[in-house]
Design a binder for this molecule. Sequence first.
Ligand code: NAG
Ligand code: NAG
Length: 505
Amino acid sequence: MGSNLLKFHLNIIPNFLLSLLLSPSYQNVSSQKLPPPENPTFAREQLLLNPFRTTLNQGLTCGQLIVSRGFKYERHFVTTEDGYILQLYRIINPYAQAARGRNLKPILVLHGAPTSCSSFMINGPGGHIKEWINGNPPHDTSKSLAFALANREFDVWLGNVRGNVYSLNHTRLDPDRDREFWNFSFTEMGLYDIPAMVDYIIQETEKIVYIGYSQATIAMLTLLAKHPEFAIKLDLNINIAPIAFYGNTNGLSAFVPRSILLSRIGLLYSGPLIPFLPFVDAFTSILCTSNVLSSICLEIYNYLFGPDREMVSRDQIKELLSQLDQDSFKNALHAIQSFKYDQIREFDYGPKKNLELYGSTKPPKYPFENVPTYNLVLISGLNDYLAPPVNIQKLRNILQGPALVDYVITWPLWSHADILLGDKAFYYLHSVIIEIIRKYGDNEMVLENAEAEWIAERDAEVKEWEKITKMCDFNPKPNQKGAKDTSRIRSLLVHLKQNPPLESA
Ligand SMILES: *[C@@H]1O[C@H](CO)[C@@H](O)[C@H](O)[C@H]1NC(C)=O
Ligand SMILES: *[C@@H]1O[C@H](CO)[C@@H](O)[C@H](O)[C@H]1NC(C)=O
């Protein structure tokens, strides 16, 4: 056993070197004439990564990713109330603009931690811009959410929270010198970043649709718990892999020591969580390109997010790694505290300072019962290790009533990051998001096009899909108060595992 393990380890190094030699560099990338990186951190990463690059998306900036698919973009800078200068990317689709003028529905899409705007553009090489047909959107099945939306009647804005390399500027603080710059967690992203971004976008338009994923759902739900009136600015408040309760996580996060003391001591360090980011990203991305190591990388990924081997292949992990971004150390500490406390609370500074800041020795819980449900959309997966069904149920239980839409993804193994890398992400998720926005998003545009036909055809063909959709709809019947039935989730899970949904297209 021991000597086998040793042999295995000894094998890794030559294997890795060999696989580097053998892996063909990605010819199309250099010939594609991308603009130079508009972000200095990724410019540095690309210098290290380029000789070893094997896929298009590795280490590209958000601007380069958008341009690589034939879209154009604008960059907008938004200042938060507390001085952080955030960068928004707006995807410009000339076909959509020609067909609809300024009548495109604005959507703000916000990433999880520790990533950036690039999250929703790295699922495979596809997602190229498509022409509109007779003034109607094309039927595009891009696996990358941002491009699936941008090819349709939507005005897509990709946000970046404070501290990632797109949002490192501040009116007063310097991230390299001032510890105070890094004194934030998801609480501040909710309290300041989301309002700044939303208010900026709605200056020009009316309401917007918000799509938040993972950390962005924590930020939104903690914001609304304290300021429920903010919901008025949103047509729809879509939360994918929603997190308001953080106990009961599975996989690697279950092994994170839950000591509150430890997380307070951690406050002695204040700075970015991934230091030397360009080097770390390039190095791990190259490492996970090799044949041997890529399987190990995939296993780590699986035990972090939930294994879904049919949806995510080992070739994709390197793309995600090349796009990892930085975050504050304090944000990670706040997450670790939340694992312990379950219902997310304000940051725990220890009894003395808590008393001073909050008037109680323990940090107060966020009152999620205040989150408005009239425009709330919850989308969750059954095999999500970081937002598992039991935690979604706790959120349902604390809300005042059922969410407008409460959708459970019909692929039984759907895990936390399938939205980013899932092979069938369009079929199981993006198409559902699009249908929800069209149905509920105050959108009068009628679908008289090929796509409407495709949807009708698909549903006729795949009756099973419709059936499961109904089962997955946790909206209780009118006179039923609150859906407090965890056993229903269990039976749903069993049913889906025994009868996986058929899949067309
Ligand atoms: C940061 O923001 C300030 C104030 O808006 C601006 O003058 C400066 O050029 C910005 N720096 C960078 C690197 O974008
Ligand atoms: C961080 O913020 C907290 C709460 O506002 C404050 O009490 C603390 O002094 C700040 N720490 C630093 C290093 O700025």
